[in-house]
Design a binder for this molecule. Structure first.
Ligand code: GRG
Length: 288
C-alpha cells in the first residue's frame, strides 16, 4: 500500500467507528451538537497517528480504535471551546459555521464538555489490557501541563512582546502535546516500553512543533478556502507566533529542522517507520 492508501485506510476505519458511537444516554440535542463537530471533515491526524504508532509497535490497530476516537473527541472539544466568543470568537471551522453559531453558546460548551468526558468513558470501557497507561498519556496531554497550559499561555499573552521561549512553551502545550500522545499511547497499547516509547514521544514533539509553526505560517500565507477558517487573525489579535518572533523564512527553516528531528527519532524502528516518517515530511507541504 502507498502512504496515501495507508492513511486513507486508517481514516476510513476511524471515521466508521466515530460515526457509530452510540453516545448512550445523551439527549438528542446534545448528541446532535457533539456529532456536528466530531463528524465534520477533520484530517483525523491525531487518531491516524495513534493507529499507525500501535502498528509500528506490533499491536492491533482495531483494538486501539477507542483511543484513536478519544483523541479526535478531545481535539473536537478543544476546537469547539477555542471558537467560543470568550476565546477566539470564530464563526468558521472546517469550512462550516462553528458549533456555537449553530447550537448557541450553552450547548457548545456542553458539547465540548461531553466530548471530553465521553472520550475518557470510551477508553475506560475498552477492556484493553493496557488501557490505563494509554489513557494516562492522553489525558495528561490534554490536561493542566499539556494542551490547557498552552492555551492558557496563549490567551493570557495576547499583545505581549514576541518571545521565542514563550512561543515554544505555547506551541508545546497547545499543539505538540496532543500530537505526542498518539505516539506514546499507540506504542504503549502495542506493549512497547522504554526507548521505543521515548522515540515516539520525541517524534510527536517535533512533529507537533513543526505542525504549529506551519499553522502560524498558513495564517499569514494560506488559502482561507482550503483552511476552512478565517485567516490573518493571529496578527490582528497580537498573538504570539513563531514567524512573529523569527520572521517567515527562518520559521520555514525551523519547521524543516523539527521534521528532520522527527524523522530521525524513529530511526530505531528501521523500515517499519517509513509511513510515519513520510507523514511527518508531508506536514511541510500542508495547505489545510
Ligand atoms: C480551548 C481547551 C482549549 C484548547 C484549545 C486546539 C486549541 C487549544 C486551539 C485551536 C487553535 C489552534 C491553532 C490550535 C492548535 C492546534 C491546531 C493546529 C489545530 C488544528 O488541527 P488540525 O489542522 O485540524 O489537525 P482538523 O480540522 O484537520 O482536525
Amino acid at each position: 500500500m502507498s502512504e496515501t492508501e495507508t492513511l486513507n485506510a486508517y481514516k476510513a476505519q476511524l471515521e466508521a467507528y466515530l460515526k457509530n458511537l452510540p453516545m448512550a444516554g445523551a439527549p438528542d440535542r446534545l448528541r446532535e451538537a457533539m456529532r456536528y463537530s466530531l463528524l465534520n471533515g477533520g484530517k483525523r491526524l491525531r487518531g491516524c497517528l495513534l493507529l499507525a504508532a500501535c502498528e509500528l509497535g506490533g499491536g492491533d490497530a482495531e483494538a486501539a480504535l477507542p483511543f484513536a476516537a478519544a483523541l479526535e473527541m478531545i481535539h473536537a472539544y478543544s476546537l469547539i471551546h477555542d471558537d467560543l466568543p470568550a476565546m477566539d470568537n470564530d464563526t468558521l471551522r472546517r469550512g462550516k459555521p462553528t458549533n456555537h453559531v449553530v447550537f448557541g453558546e450553552a450547548l457548545a460548551i456542553l458539547a465540548g464538555d461531553a466530548l471530553l468526558t465521553h472520550a475518557v468513558e470510551i477508553m475506560a470501557a475498552s477492556n484493553h489490557p493496557r488501557a490505563f497507561p494509554a489513557l494516562g498519556e492522553i489525558i495528561r496531554a490534554a490536561g493542566v501541563g499539556g494542551m490547557l497550559a498552552g492555551q492558557t499561555l496563549d490567551v493570557t499573552n495576547e499583545g505581549a512582546e514576541p518571545d521565542i521561549h514563550l512561543v515554544e512553551e505555547i506551541h508545546r502545550g497547545k499543539t505538540a502535546a496532543l500530537l505526542t500522545a498518539p505516539l506514546t499511547a499507540g506504542l504503549i497499547l502495542a506493549g512497547a516500553e522504554g526507548a521505543r516509547v521515548e522515540a515516539g514521544r520525541k517524534y510527536g514533539f517535533h512533529l507537533g512543533m513543526a505542525f504549529q509553526i506551519m499553522d502560524d505560517l498558513l495564517d499569514l500565507e494560506g488559502d482561507p478556502a482550503l483552511m476552512g477558517k478565517t485567516l490573518g487573525k493571529d496578527q490582528a489579535e497580537g498573538k504570539l507566533t513563531w514567524p512573529a518572533c523569527v520572521g517567515i523564512e527562518q520559521a520555514k527553516r525551523d519547521a524543516e529542522k523539527h521534521i528532520g528531528q522527527a524523522v530521525e527519532a524513529l530511526a530505531l524502528f528501521g523500515e517499519k517507520a517509513a509511513f510515519l516518517q513520510a507523514l511527518a515530511l508531508s506536514t511541510l507541504h500542508r495547505v489545510q
